[in-house]
Design a protein around this ligand. Structure first.
Ligand code: SAH
Length: 402
């Protein structure tokens, strides 16, 4: 044989949880959550393959349990250890394994090495006078994402991000203007809850809405896993009816979500009652038009909510209200009317409050349930994407708006 001998070096930052050692192909075959190899470089005949193994916190609880059981078994530890470790991922989370004092010190040290618990760094935490709290999380690669915690009576709704930036460029949205950066991993999505539990366990969210940065249904694989972590009894145990996925209407994602057996809620960012009007503010209308989105929502067979941001002169006339009623009736949808948060869109004008009230009454008088959401956290830039935009401006020497 004249060919040179090939050496393959595989570098992983830590073991894929619980998987047996073996040739690279075998290690990663079927490992659906593995992040793509960071570099696959071929020099002569030597392939360097550097991959970041998936964290336990990136797995659905059932897979994390299985991985931990294998890991524990490989070390000849008693089976109950796997349950103890699993608890520390989401049910009773710790910042680092060293804090899991029910475990022997040697095991804690080994876990720190094999399965470090990833963190999101809190760059900014802002508290609004109305109780709304906004977090800007810094990710390992420097990207920043936002979450907003909104207390209301006994409810604490956490608005979470699913992507850094967003590709959709809706005219009224601050995140849209910064463009798409990247998808978040399951850990980065659910870490927004975990970090709050680590800091202030009493603030555990009762409700989750995917209404932060990004389009969740364009990051379905990670959102799918995140739903299992948020809802699972061995995850955060938040009821499926209290978890809402909000979308502009990404058809393949809507179909995937509808296949899940749990009663997750779906919100459609409608914002306009006709294709023509929607085209003016939401470029995605070109790809998935209103009629197709409505049909997909009908197939969802669970009650949906229409989100409707009120923009003066764009979508707030009586005719718009009547058209919206027709669409909502067809689907049995609830309508959630949102005042336009001015920071998101300097070139658009919010509909005045009395006009919003009249619009909402007109919808209700025709038998459609409609709520007007109070604008929360106005003093802390709590609309989608605004905090990151403000912090980045500040970094570039501009001042934060009041
Ligand atoms: N991409 C998803 C989720 C992120 S946006 C979606 O579009 O549904 C979440 C919600 O915040 C949407 O209903 C969106 O319309 C709303 N939103 C964005 N910018 C806003 C602003 N400036 N004022 C009020 N609501 C806004």
């Amino acid at each position: 044989m004249g060919g040179r001998q090939c050496k393959i070096r595989l570098a992983v930052s830590h073991d894929p949880p619980g998987l047996p050692a073996g040739p690279p192909g075998a290690i990663f075959a079927g490992w659906k959550h593995l992040r793509p190899a960071l570099s696959l470089r071929q020099s002569g005949c030597v392939i360097d393959r550097l991959a970041t193994a998936t964290s336990l916190l990136d797995l659905p609880p059932a897979e994390a349990r299985a991985a931990l059981q294998r890991w524990v078994a490989d070390r000849g530890l008693p089976r109950y250890r796997a349950d103890q470790l699993l608890r520390r991922l989401w049910m009773a989370p710790v910042e680092r394994w060293a804090d899991a004092t029910e475990l022997p010190a040697s095991l804690r040290a080994e876990l720190e090495e094999a399965h470090p618990l990833l963190r999101l760094q809190a760059d900014v935490i802002q508290q609004s006078t109305d109780g709304t709290r906004k977090y800007l999380w810094r990710l390992a690669d420097g990207e920043a994402i936002e979450s907003v915690l909104i207390p209301s009576g006994t409810r604490r709704t956490l608005c979470i991000s699913s992507q850094a930036g967003c590709a959709l460029r809706c005219a009224f949205c601050a995140t849209g203007r910064m463009g798409y950066r990247r998808n978040l991993t399951p850990y980065e999505i659910t870490g927004q809850v975990r970090e709050i539990l680590l800091r202030t366990p009493d603030d555990k969210p009762t409700n989750i809405v995917f209404m932060g940065m990004g389009e969740p249904l364009l990051n379905w694989s990670a959102v799918d896993t995140s739903l299992s972590i948020l809802n699972g009894a061995e995850g955060f145990g938040i009821g499926a009816r209290h978890i809402t996925v909000s979308t502009v209407g990404i058809l393949p994602g809507m179909e995937a979500l509808s296949k899940r057996p749990e009663q997750f809620r779906l919100a459609i960012s409608l914002h306009a009652p006709t294709t023509e009007q929607r085209l003016g503010i939401m470029p995605i209308e070109k790809k998935y038009d209103l009629e197709a989105v409505l049909r997909a929502a009908q197939a969802f067979r669970k009650r949906v909510t229409f989100e409707y941001v009120m923009i003066a002169g764009v979508n707030d006339s009586d005719t718009d209200a009547d058209r919206l009623v027709k669409l909502a009736r067809r689907l049995g949808a609830l309508v959630n009317i949102l005042p336009l948060h001015p920071g998101g869109a300097p070139d658009l004008t919010p509909t005045p409050a009395p006009t919003i009230r009249r619009f909402a009454d007109r919808v209700r008088n025709q038998g459609v349930e409609a709520t007007v959401r109070r604008s929360r956290g106005l003093d802390i830039n709590a609309a989608c994407g605004q905090l990151r935009v403000e912090v980045e401006k500040q970094r570039h020497g501009e001042t934060l708006s009041p």
